[in-house]
Design a protein around this ligand. Structure first.
Ligand SMILES: NC(=O)c1ccc[n+]([C@@H]2O[C@H](COP(=O)([O-])OP(=O)(O)OC[C@H]3O[C@@H](n4cnc5c(N)ncnc54)[C@H](O)[C@@H]3O)[C@@H](O)[C@H]2O)c1
Length: 259
């Protein structure tokens, strides 16, 4: 059977753990050569080594640093010669000084959130998506590649669930996705977003147990999602199977949010 990403190259950000790692694994199993990029060098190297097939690379790349992103894409370009798929997955949901601890004590988180924390969230979750997209599109246009870009947003960006800085950053990703899809469509480049519900990854392991139980209880499918649930959705949007889909979002969330 033909593999769904045979002959394609992909760059995945934040691919050393959680959802990004599951995406890299799924893509590799479907025949893609993958650039596993992450803030953390060694876990990225270990992840790339564990992928099926050959020709994968690992890169240390902080998405919030435009110079590092430029260098990372140059290295991926040197290794692969072209980039067919970008997954903007790297993201954080908490940062020091964001008042989460106060929220747990029943106080208004917003009033305890520092400027640095809010800006830091935007720097990683929003500016990072912009920097990576700019580098990818430049190369897709150069090589006349009908590329696919998939951005990780969240149900927090759809319905305001979660913390204010996180929710704002994920809503911004949706706006960016819609606008870019319109601008890039005539080049054959597609951009879509995935809005996961609550997924069992290192990100959610620090969420209080009682809170997670409450979420599962409110979820019609009565479970948390897995990183593989999300990788499956990203694979569809990255592959040619979604060739007429652009500017859209897909939300694997177990029915927790229905819009
Ligand atoms: N887990 C969930 O419930 C959930 C829900 C909705 C959306 N998401 C989104 O999915 C994406 C992946 O989340 P996850 O749950 O796998 O998180 P995770 O914390 O398990 O993994 C995130 C990865 O991103 C990397 N990273 C962090 N900052 C970075 C930076 N500045 N540059 C490069 N890499 C960086 C981390 O090192 C880590 O390997 C995020 O964008 C997240 O917001 C997750």
């Amino acid at each position: 059977m033909t593999k769904r990403l045979e002959g394609k190259t992909a760059l995945v950000t934040g691919a050393a753990s959680g959802i990004g790692l599951a995406i890299a694994e799924r893509f590799a199993a479907e025949g893609a050569r993958v650039a596993v990029t992450d803030l953390r060098r060694e876990p990225a190297q270990a992840a790339a080594k564990g992928l099926a097939g050959e020709g994968h690379i690992a890169l240390e790349m902080d998405v919030s640093d435009s110079a590092a992103v430029r260098d990372g894409f140059a290295a991926a370009d040197d290794a692969f010669g072209r980039i067919d798929i970008l997954v903007n997955n790297a993201g954080v949901d908490r940062l020091p000084g964001d008042g989460f601890d106060k929220a747990m004590e029943g106080e208004l988180q917003l009033l305890h959130m520092s400027d640095e924390s809010f800006r830091g969230m935007m720097g990683i979750n929003v500016e990072g998506v912009f920097y990576c997209t700019r580098e990818a599109v430049q190369r897709m246009q150069r090589d006349s590649v009908a590329g696919s870009i998939v951005n990780l947003s969240s149900i927090a960006g759809l319905v305001g669930q979660g913390m204010p800085h996180y929710s704002a950053s994920k809503a911004a990703v949706l706006g960016f996705t819609r606008s870019c899809a319109r601008q890039l469509g005539h080049l054959g480049i597609r951009m879509n977003a995935v809005c996961p519900g609550v997924i069992d990854t290192p990100m959610t392991r620090s969420v209080p147990e009682a809170m997670l139980k409450g979420v599962v209880g409110a979820t019609p499918l009565r479970r948390m999602g897995t990183a593989e649930d999300i990788a499956n959705a990203v694979l569809y949007l990255a592959s040619d199977e979604s060739g007429f889909v652009t500017g859209q979002w897909l939300s694997p969330n177990g029915g927790l949010v229905t819009l």
